[in-house]
Structure formats: C-alpha cells, structure tokens
Write a protein that binds this ligand. Structure first.
Ligand code: GAP
Length: 435
C-alpha cells in the first residue's frame, strides 16, 4: 500500500524537505521551495539521471539552454496554438476546472451542482511576459513549458561542435513553467517545476526499435534506484490523448496515494519538431549520413520526466513504518545514492573531548559525502531523526572512542552496529555507499 499522503506532506514540511513558496506572505499556490534536505534529495535525483543518461553513455551529450527563447520557437513547435487544456467554469460557484480531469464532466467538484459549467474553452498553459522595458505585443516572450525546444533549436550546433553521429541524444535538466488550471497534490503538479529531458535523434527506420529500448531503459532506472516494482507500470497513450507532436507515447506511472499517475512520458516525436523549425527558421537541420550517402530529417525519441515529481515519488516510496520493541519507527528507506545525508556523526554527549573527536571524524568524512554532525538530544532521538530523513549510516563517538580510537557505525535498515577503527571508517563506508 502506498504511504498516506498527509504523512508524507507533514514529514516533508517538518523535516525541511519542502516549504510553500512565499510562506511568510500566506503562501503562493502551486510553487514550492526546497529546504536543506529537499535540495539534497532533488539534486541527487538529478545527478543520478545525469549519470545514467549522459555520463555513462558515449552517445548522449548535455545542454543547458535558456528559459527565454524567441517566440518563433513556440510558433514553430505548435505550443502557441496547441499547448492548451479545456477549461470550464462553474456558473454557480465560479470555480474553474480542467474538463478532461473531472470524474463527472457535468458535476462541479467544488459546489456539487450539476449542469452549471460554461462551454469548454481552450486555455493556453504558457506564461507570458515581456522582454525589455516596454510592455507591448512586439516584445512578448514566454517562459518555456518544456526544456525540449532548446534542444531542437541547438540540434545542429551540438551535432557539429560535439561531432556527433546518429543515433545520438542531447540531454537537459532545467526549469519549465505551465500555468496549470488545476495544480495540486503538493509538488506533483505545480506551475514551476524541473524537467529531465533527452531527445534521442535517429534514422526514421530505427525509431520504433529505439522507442522500445528507451521505454525499457527508463522504467528500469526507477527500479534500479530502489523504487518498488509493483508501484510502477507502463501505460500506452490512447490516440486521443497524444500530444500534438507525438506518434506514440508510453507513460511510466507510479501508484501515488491517490492512484496511478504519470511520472514520465517516453514519446516518439517523429521528425515533427525539426521539420517545423526547418520550415520556420529556413535553417538546414537535416542530417547527412556519409556512409549511406543519404540526407534526411532525423526522428526523435524523447524520455521526459519531472525531477520534482520524481523526487516526490521516491519520498513516498521510501517511507516505511515498522514496529521496533513495541514502538513505531518511521524510516525513509531511500537508496543511499539518493539519501540527502549519507552519514550522521553523533557524539554520545556534548563533552568537549567527545565533540572534538567527532569533528575530526566528521572532517574525514566530509571529503567524500554530505554529512551532518548532530550533538543535541538523546542518542535514541537522534537515531530516530536520522531514520526519518533516510540517513543510511550513523557514526557514534562514545567515551571508549577516546581510548580505543574506534567508533560505532549503525546501519539504518538493519539497525546492526559495527565497531570500526577511526582510521578505517572511510574505507568501511566507501564499500557501502555506491556512487
Ligand atoms: N517534452 C515533453 C513534455 O514536456 P510532458 O508529459 O508534458 O512532456 C513531461 O511532461 C514530464 O514533466 C511529466 O511526465 C511530469 O513528470 C513533468 N511535469 C509535467 N507537468 C508538470 C507539472 N505541472 N508539475 C510537475 N511536473 C510536471
């Protein structure tokens, strides 16, 4: 059973993973700030994605393109015309809803009245602003609703400068913005979020094979990082739900507390985007295969996930409650690669010589891992706090440590303890904390 939604949201707030944006002013709906632990977790999710998608492959390179782009980009890509959701308004209570997400398309979920919706209007999700000091129609720009277009417009720049040959991919992690009609479920659907996207360019004849390959690779990524396989499934899009650019899409879905919902989409974008940019810009974005003496517009397979949404799913999936000696222990069983703090160093008491030895141990560990030194409260409470934030190892410095130069290492999941010489502590943890 998935963890209870309120428990996770409370944990995220209480332990400093996620705060409401502008909280001191009453909070801005659908935007969130990541606290010290949330920042580490989010960063670890992105690092693991980058490691598997870019660093461990020789056919994918990275990009960091601008959020603000020429409006021509959004005209060519079809976002200005088609990136919209059907909006209905209840004439009884004035609440607004996304028609395609309603359980009953005739019943207002806010006031319960039936038959009170206006005719659906297509509402464009792009945020609009102006570039420069004058607010006129001529200098309208949009905040990108997907990172992908920066990749398409740089296709030729990257191919040429990185000397890439097909098939190859360009990956990017960055902010995206959508003026969602119904944001909600905490950080699941927000108006500002992080995407992790890769556009994999290939010969049209290879597109179907690459599509299937990437669907498999992307599903495995979550499982290899410890997500419960039974909480993951693949769902193929029906024709009527495909995005305007896609010939086929699979969603990797997670069993969230409210039911199955999307984590990531893997789409066959065909040659839609490159062709659209060729047409509007007049630039040559075709590819010439010298061996085959053939020129063509590549097809694109796109795995596209949300970093913030994925972070939330890992948090939910890791949350566990166990009975230990008659008490309930809350523990985040995060894969050590994702855990915000890898090692906590805890002196048994605040006595100066113990704290001094603790700091010496901490400075050795800090070279390799994100660590935390915690000197407050009883050792039992400190273990409980570290369990709840998912710290895989606690190193305790006690009075014997001053005599025998050894420390106790406690494993988060088994709660087993090992006595280790301080000089071996880095090697001991290196064996247990994979990159
Ligand atoms: N470039 C393709 C694209 O943007 P998408 O399915 O619209 O496809 C990809 O978005 C991923 O971005 C989603 O699977 C989801 O993880 C994330 N995402 C989309 N909208 C989001 C939102 N409002 N809040 C948080 N994450 C979102």
């Amino acid at each position: 059973m998935p963890a209870d939604f309120d428990t996770i949201v409370n944990l995220a707030k209480k332990r400093g993973f996620v705060f409401q944006s502008s909280e001191i002013y009453g909070g801005l709906r659908s935007a969130y700030d990541y606290g010290p632990l949330g920042t580490e977790l989010l960063r670890n999710v992105k690092d693991q994605w980058w490691r598997s998608m870019v660093r461990m492959r020789d056919d994918v390179v990275g990009l960091d393109s601008a959020i603000l782009q020429s409006t021509d980009v959004w005209i060519a890509s079809g976002h200005l015309e088609s990136f919209s959701d059907p909006l209905v308004e209840c004439t009884n209570c004035n609440s607004r809803h996304r028609l395609d997400k309603l359980d009953d398309p005739n019943k207002c979920p806010t006031c319960g009245s039936s038959g009170t919706f206006t005719e659906p209007k297509e509402f464009n999700l792009m945020f609009k602003t102006h570039m420069g000091p004058v607010e006129s129609e001529g200098n309208v720009v949009y905040l990108r609703p997907e990172t992908a277009q920066g990749i398409f417009t740089n296709f030729e720049n990257v191919r040429r400068t990185a000397r890439m040959k097909l098939p190859f991919g360009i990956a990017q992690i960055g902010k995206a913005f959508r003026n969602e009609i119904t944001p909600g479920q905490f950080v699941f659907r927000t108006r500002e979020f992080d995407q992790m996207e890769m556009e994999y360019f290939c010969h049209p004849d290879d597109a179907e094979e690459k599509f299937q390959e990437w669907v498999e690779i992307r599903q495995q990524w979550y499982i290899e990082l410890g997500m419960t396989p039974e909480n993951l499934r693949l769902r193929e899009h029906e024709t009527d739900e495909l995005a305007h650019y896609a010939a086929g899409t699979y969603d990797v879905e997670y069993l969230f507390p409210w039911g199955w919902d999307e984590l990531e989409g893997i789409a066959n974008r065909t040659d839609f985007d490159l062709k659209a940019h060729i047409e509007r810009s007049g630039e040559d974005l075709t590819y010439f295969d010298q061996e085959a003496d053939e020129r063509f517009v590549p097809y694109v397979i796109e795995p596209s996930g949300g970093a913030t949404r994925t972070t939330f799913a890992f948090l939910i999936d890791a949350y566990t409650e166990e009975e230990v000696r008659g008490e309930t222990r809350a523990v985040l069983k995060l894969d050590p690669r994702l855990a915000p703090i890898k090692v906590a160093v805890l002196p048994l008491s605040k006595k100066p010589d113990l704290v001094e030895t603790t700091q010496k141990v901490a400075s050795r560990l800090r070279e390799s891992w994100q660590i935390e030194v915690d000197v407050t409260q009883s050792i039992g409470r400190r273990y409980r706090r570290q369990d709840e934030i998912g710290t895989p190892y606690c190193v305790t410095v006690d009075f014997d440590s001053l005599q025998d130069s050894q420390v106790t290492v406690r494993d988060r999941d088994t709660m087993d303890q090992d006595r280790i010489p301080i000089e071996n502590i880095v090697a001991y943890l290196t064996d247990r904390l994979p990159h």
